[in-house]
Design a protein around this ligand. Structure first.
Ligand code: XMP
Length: 250
């Protein structure tokens, strides 16, 4: 089994393109773990994967997070660590190793440190361990435009996000992250990365539209608050899943 393809396999099994961002903010660690576990259990039929961010990592720590990773794996759902790795090589390598040991299937990394003694160790480790690296290409928040659309010189003058998309291809990333709030950017990135998976966060609460993101070429939708903060998370996940089933194939 090549675990780089686990998300694709999960999509083929579930026919859902929804990745649950499990970002609950609850002070009491016991309540946090119980609520996270119960939401995961409630929505498991309607999602193809789970993304964990700092909310759970900082509140529970990696050893406890393993329980959530194991629960997702019991449901045959791959788990992404949204670490946005962005440091020098040995520190990135330490974080990557820790996430690999905790059982994560994929890690999100920033392209900004560059390759040598930056992202090289992350991609090397991922290749050895059969894990996936997902590269941040364009963030979903309003302020992202200032930096991600900045023009850079080179053989062809282009916005920096296009350079990041090209790096994702060159570095053989499994996927890229492009915010759902900017469908035109998703289309542009799709034209640059070929078949590489595009993960798109920012649906609902941040203003992005699921159908527009999928039509523009997103492969997976990353959805947090619109599901877990809904009165009935199962219903919210079911609706989004039905929408992704009705949309195109990437
Ligand atoms: P919501 O609640 O807005 O949560 O559905 C979205 C999740 O995705 C993360 N996020 C991003 N991660 N690049 C990323 O790598 C982005 O542009 C981006 N925008 C949102 C967010 O932290 C949350 O976990």
């Amino acid at each position: 089994l090549n675990s780089k393809d686990v998300m694709r396999q999960s999509f083929e099994r579930t026919q859902s393109r929804v990745v649950l961002a499990l970002d609950l903010e609850i002070q009491d660690p016991q309540m946090l773990i119980e609520k996270s576990r119960s939401i995961l259990s409630d929505v498991k039929e309607y999602i193809c994967g789970v993304k964990i961010n700092r909310q759970l990592l900082l509140s529970l720590g990696l050893p406890t997070l393993r329980d959530i990773v194991s629960q997702a794996h019991e449901y045959s759902l791959p788990v992404i660590m949204d670490a946005k790795l962005n440091d020098v090589g040995h520190t990135n390598a330490f974080m990557m190793r820790s996430f690999v040991q905790a059982g994560f299937d994929a890690v999100i990394a920033s392209p900004v440190p560059g390759w040598e003694d930056g992202m090289d160790s992350v991609f090397d480790l991922a290749r050895k361990e059969g894990k996936a690296v997902i590269l941040l290409v364009y963030m979903s928040n309003p302020g992202a435009e200032r930096f991600y659309s900045m023009m850079v010189d080179g053989p062809r003058r282009k916005p920096i996000f296009e350079h990041f998309a090209e790096l994702a291809v060159q570095w053989k990333a499994h996927g890229v992250v492009v915010g759902a709030t900017r469908p035109a950017i998703i289309s542009r990135v799709r034209s640059l990365v070929g078949k590489i998976a595009i993960y798109s966060p920012g649906i609902g609460t941040q203003g992005g539209d699921a159908r527009e993101a999928l039509d523009a070429g997103a492969t997976y939708l990353i959805v947090g608050r619109t599901i877990f903060a809904a009165a009935r998370p199962e219903e919210a996940a079911r609706r989004l899943c039905a929408l992704t089933r009705a949309c195109h194939q990437n």
